[in-house]
Design a protein around this ligand. Sequence first.
Ligand SMILES: Nc1nc2c(ncn2[C@@H]2O[C@H](COP(=O)(O)OP(=O)(O)OP(=O)(O)O)[C@@H](O)[C@H]2O)c(=O)[nH]1
Length: 507
Amino acid sequence: MNDPQHTTHEPEVHEQPRSVQDVADDVVARVLARAGTALQDGGTVHSAYDGDQLDLEERTSLRRVGGLSTELEDVTEVEYRQLRLERVVLVGVWGTGTAEDAEISLRELAALAETAGSQVLDGVIQRRRTPDPGTYLGSGKAAELAMLVAAVGADTVVVDGELAPSQRRALEDIVRVKVVDRTALILDIFAQHAKSREGKAQVELAQLEYLLPRLRGWGESMSRQAGGQVGGAGAGMGSRGPGETKIELDRRRIRNRMAKLRREIAAMEPARVTKRASRRRNAIPSVAIAGYTNAGKSSLLNRLTNAGVLVENALFATLDPTVRRAETTDGRVYTLADTVGFVRALPHQLVEAFRSTLEEVADADLILHVVDASHPDPEGQIAAVRHVFADIPGAMDVPEIIVLNKADRASDEAIARLRSREVHSVVVSAHTGEGIAELQALVADQLPRPGVAVDVVVPYDRGDLVSRVHEHGDIDHEEHTADGTALRARVDEALAAELEAAAVARA
Ligand SMILES: Nc1nc2c(ncn2[C@@H]2O[C@H](COP(=O)(O)OP(=O)(O)OP(=O)(O)O)[C@@H](O)[C@H]2O)c(=O)[nH]1
């Protein structure tokens, strides 16, 4: 019987001087063998184990190759990016929809895999009503996939769906390389792109949530692969995994870590909420830019504000919400927030994790829903984004303008089709500037105008109030009189009260 905690992870004997990569491979293998539990998602292998089990050499190697996080309370995590997916084959199962839908989804998976840093060698689609409960693909197709993987020299298979732990194990047994699902891939991209402390904490929480139910699976799979054993999925597999006590211990540690992350995120939230509340108090209208990943949200933000936000032809270049100041054509100030890109089947762990960020959308006065009109399936992308909106309380009530972007590249038919479906739409190109003036006019028109009409003379020593009316109000008439600045304007209630209080009494 195998002793799962001490399987055959013996480091190989190398005659040649070994690279950092080789040393790291050995160290990670040793750590994983000892930990008995490895968690792997996308390009990252996490291992939960007691930090003090590591010797100095191991710690140093791990730090050099991947980053060893020792800040965790009672668990140390190895993040080992050198194991990132490099040469991948994609697999999709399509039960409903057309062949074209399947193609589009697989093409998107390819873009995701490339964003994660891998080279896509090939893609396979199997048409079957539902994925096979055992191996995801039917057995014939799985065997075919194994041959393809071997022929092209792939090191990873990425599945266009979410796999049950047992399905992933069974498929790994057949194809004999690492199998990763779409959720893990997206989580990995998010992990690579998160920059702020809050963003990082949110992604880690989402990753742990994904990993928790998969704990047992990873331990088994890694040890079996390393030991070169291949067997069918099914009963008895559990006996090769780490012992129950070990799994329970790891689960508890991960839950502790998750609780800590939740506390940290909760502690970071007030700052953002306060900022948002202060924008509200000052009645600065807000516009949120939302849309499918790669639609051109950051490019549009730059067009509208000259903000210099990173634009990348990669998915999810923007993770942390960026809020910028912008001005309507008639001179009113508003805030413009870029939000995280949406994607079909955004993992629910991420929707949860980014809920507070997505609330920017629900809180806005107007949503600019940016659409890549040159994409083969813009309708599908619009639907996917609205699907997420439906999940955020209040988001569906915010007025939305569909911004059909990339007009420089889109076909006339596509634009005409989208225009007829989406009445509140405008055609633009963030690249050429086409349609931007029209969009700005629409924004000016749709943003709520301040509500209270005032007719006051503001004494000259209260120039600050006059400036605020210029910035946030809507001025009908302004005149300099002997007593002060006479203003007829519409402003929000708070400013109206201040103006009335400061106004010079008129005879
Ligand atoms: N041809 C063309 N390309 C555009 C236009 N707007 C954006 N792009 C390109 O589309 C790609 C994605 O643009 P981004 O602005 O980063 O898209 P995003 O929606 O912010 O992307 P995420 O952060 O991934 O959600 C980049 O390569 C841009 O140069 C446009 O009007 N025309």
